[in-house]
Structure formats: structure tokens, C-alpha cells
Design a protein. Structure first.
Length: 126
């Protein structure tokens, strides 16, 4: 797969996730965790927006670089860096489950992060 296409897919997916997190952070929290105590509070919503902003940043970097960087080694480095970043985010989610902070890992991160990680690695290795 061409590196630019992989970076564009990652960029669009992460930007869409960010938009959903920022559009309705309280609703997003309720969808993930149900109607638990504190889900409607300002701190929970602001943390959801902050996380969404981080995803938007990673997505924007990938989108920008997909259109402006032509060097193969540079695009591979961007994809490997993105893979490392996504793996760390996913490990944090898994760690929250293992440490007892989550009852279950929501389905979206179980699909999105491994999928994007696999896409990045496939693009770099092919």
C-alpha cells in the first residue's frame, strides 16, 4: 500500500473520532460507560474533549504529511511513529482494564486501534 494513502486513512479516521468526541462529549461518555456517576460532569466531558484533541492532532499530522512529504524514508518514519503512538494509546486502554479502572474495553478502540496499527505496519512492510 502506498504510504500517503495509509497516512490519509489514519488521518481521516482519527479526525472523525476526534469530531465525535468533541461534538458531544457527555453523550460519548454515556455511550461508552452508561449512566454512571460523574459521566455528565465537566471534568469527564473535558477529558473526553482533550483526548479527542490529541487524536485530531495525530490525524492532522498524518493528513498534512501525506500531501507534503514525498521521501519514502520520511513517510515510513511517520508511519512507524504513528504506529508507536497508537500502540501506546491502546496499551493505556488495556492497562486501564487490567488495573480495574474499566469493567470492559469498549468495542470502538478494540477495532480502531489494532486496525490502524495493522494498516500502518502493512504499509511500511509492503
Amino acid at each position: 500500500m502506498e504510504h500517503a494513502l495509509a497516512m490519509q486513512i489514519v488521518g481521516v479516521v482519527l479526525t472523525l473520532v476526534a469530531v465525535l468526541k468533541n461534538k458531544d462529549p457527555v453523550g460519548f461518555n454515556k455511550d461508552l460507560f452508561g449512566d454512571v456517576e460523574g459521566v455528565e460532569g465537566g471534568p469527564a466531558a473535558s477529558m473526553r474533549m482533550l483526548i479527542g484533541g490529541g487524536f485530531a492532532g495525530i490525524g492532522a499530522i498524518n493528513l498534512y504529511c501525506s500531501f507534503t512529504v514525498d521521501d519514502t524514508a520520511a513517510t515510513e518514519a511517520i508511519l512507524v511513529g504513528t504506529t508507536i503512538g497508537l500502540a501506546l494509546v491502546f496499551a493505556t486502554i488495556v492497562g486501564a482494564k487490567l488495573r480495574g479502572f474499566l469493567d470492559h474495553i469498549p468495542t470502538p478502540p478494540l477495532v480502531i486501534f489494532p486496525g490502524l496499527i495493522a494498516l500502518c505496519l502493512y504499509s511500511v512492510l509492503s
